[in-house]
Design a protein around this ligand. Structure first.
Ligand code: ADP
Ligand code: MG
Ligand code: ZN
Length: 543
């Protein structure tokens, strides 16, 4: 590899406010992004190479032993369940499982690892050469400006256009096994940072926690794709049950590597690495910022240095942490205390047999069995809570399932998801809106007993008052009037009372239909069926 220029000592960085916006930058530059995603195998009982218990939040240094403290002479014993977890992860992400692999020592000196090396894998990891397909649609698809003019079904590079966006095929280089370090707490400094601290404490409970690291190919092109990749991977890990994937508690964390190149060129630019993006939003926004920063540096004739940067979401900028170390610095060498692995085909098949239904498969089943659109199916499986809810509802719906599938999916994707997003303590599994009540609610709307607007009110009332939808409808006298003759009388009265508007409508101002619908609704105190009102108005006004 060519020698990279070292960074000048004096760092003068541009003020943030003079930067171009992402859309503008992406006109001239193509971003190249690769992710490194760590997940702690929190669902296991014990650490990677010893029998110490895995427990988040225990008293400091209560789960340690000679092995995870790296005392002389202690011999590691690999955790078989951890190997099974990483193989599950590999199978779920279309990787080849390498039958022969081994562990290495990655040497470094820092108090968070008492052994002075981290046990990790070398060039051959348990899982190699995988991929995930990302469905990108809606506003997020617009970040990909080079696909204009591509028709649904047409491909360009690793991307295929769809009706409302595109599918990106993203390569996974590898998933390897390693162990986590302990946790340092810096005392007396600013916000727990080491700068200005008077002393530091170290807790080795986390040292030796089994960790898997997935590395993608540099196949991602927009911050939105990076965000979706991370989200999809999290859904898969949750489905196979290998980690609780808590971004807040750090059991799933992501580093984003990004470089720029002029549109049309194919080489790779010098990349920077953004460390520990601990939410989907931070990952997206940090990368977006870094793309704009690099563009500015390059456009002003400057140079990008290969360095590690930290995204500060409150200041909305990235800051240099350190100039990148190279693999040579770690003196990686084979771990002589651990025998190389020989996985058998039978054992791998046994793990394969434990794979549950994955989110993509579930979405495909929802399309096939319940006639949902690809979009609805995909968004429904984003959260296990909403998809479980939907499935219970469908069971209860019996022979009405095919009719109520779409409205129930909408309720789950829109109203329920909005509620979950707005209120973190909202727990769908324990909420008064049971699947049975949800089915009752969507049926009331589907049969025109109440309007969809009234449906929103009933939705909120079921949750707040813990009552059946039908009881709320009765109490509030909400029945929707669909009876044509009753509505016709109101429509006639409204037309008779507004001759000026009728004349303007007939002259071509057809937007006035909204005014007439509003008047009828007002007359009927919101209980008229809008479909019937619209039909009758159109018929009479166009007569
Ligand atoms: P390093 O040795 O710096 O860790 P790697 O080759 O291991 O780099 O790659 C780390 C991550 O960075 C991978 O996800 C890879 O796809 C991505 N990557 C590598 N080169 C580039 C580049 N020039 N621009 C953007 N991402 C890159
Ligand atoms: Mg690397
Ligand atoms: Zn231990």
């Amino acid at each position: 590899m060519a020698q990279l220029p070292s960074r000048p000592i004096l760092l003068l960085e541009r003020p943030v406010n003079s930067m171009k916006k992402l859309e503008e930058v992406l006109q001239d530059w193509e971003a190249v992004i690769g992710l490194e995603i760590h997940a702690e195998l929190t669902t296991l009982n014990t650490k990677m190479f010893c029998g110490c218990k895995l427990e988040f939040g225990a008293d400091p240094n209560t789960h340690t032993c000679p092995i995870c403290l790296g005392l002389p002479g202690a011999l590691p014993v690999p955790n078989k369940a951890a190997i099974e977890s990483i193989v599950l992860a590999g199978l779920a992400t279309n990787c080849d499982i390498e039958k022969h692999s081994m562990f290495y020592r990655k040497n470094y000196m820092y108090p968070d690892m008492a052994k002075n090396f981290q046990t990790t894998q070398g060039p051959v990891a348990f899982c190699m050469r995988g991929h995930l397909d990302l469905e990108v649609d809606g506003a997020g698809a617009k970040e990909r400006i080079d696909l204009d003019g591509l028709k649904p079904g047409e491909s360009q590079g690793n991307v295929t256009a769809t009706e409302d966006g595109y599918v990106a095929h993203v390569g996974i280089t590898r998933i390897h096994m390693e162990e986590d370090a302990g946790k340092m707490v810096h005392i007396g400094g600013d916000e727990g940072r080491i700068a200005g601290a008077t002393h530091s404490l170290v807790d080795y409970n986390r040292a030796g926690t089994p960790l898997i690291e997935l590395v993608t190919e540099p196949d991602l092109r927009t911050p939105e794709e990076a965000r979706l990749f991370m989200q999809k991977l999290r859904q898969i890990y949750l489905a196979i049950g290998i980690s609780d994937c808590s971004m807040e508690e750090g059991s799933m964390r992501c580093d984003g590597n990004v470089s720029l190149r002029r549109r049309g060129s194919t080489g790779l630019g010098v990349k920077t690495e953004l460390k520990n993006m601990n939410s989907f939003k931070n990952l997206h926004d940090g990368l977006a910022y870094e793309i704009c920063r690099q563009a500015q540096v390059l456009e002003e004739g400057g140079q990008i240095y290969q360095e590690t940067r930290h995204w500060d979401p409150s200041a909305k900028r990235t800051i240099v942490m350190r100039v990148k170390e190279t693999a040579d610095d770690y003196r990686l060498f084979p771990e002589a205390d651990l025998a190389p692995y020989d996985l058998t085909d039978e054992w791998i098949d046994g793990v394969r047999a434990k794979l549950p239904e994955l989110p993509d498969q579930k979405a495909a089943r929802y399309q096939k069995c319940f006639g949902l659109s690809a979009y609805d199916a995909r968004h429904l499986v984003e959260h296990r809570a909403t998809s479980n809810f939907f499935e219970k509802g469908m069971e209860l719906a019996g022979d009405k399932a095919s009719k109520l599938a779409k409205p129930l999916a909408n309720l789950a994707i829109n109203d329920i998801t909005a509620r979950m997003n707005a209120d973190e303590s909202f727990n769908l599994a324990e909420c008064p809106l049971t699947p049975a009540r949800a089915i009752e609610l969507v049926e009331l709307i589907a049969t025109d007993a109440i309007s969809s607007k009234q449906g929103k009110e009933v939705f909120a009332a079921v949750i707040d008052e813990d009552k059946d939808p039908s009881a709320i409808v009765d109490e509030r006298g909400m029945k929707q009037v669909s009876d044509t003759s009753a509505i016709e009388a109101v429509v006639d009265a409204v037309i008779a009372a507004n001759p000026d508007e009728v004349a303007r409508y007939k002259e071509g101002n057809t937007k006035l239909i909204g005014f007439f619908v509003g008047q009828c609704m007002k007359e009927m105190r919101g209980q008229g069926n809008p479909k019937v009102i619209n039909q009758l108005l159109a018929k009479k006004l166009n007569a």
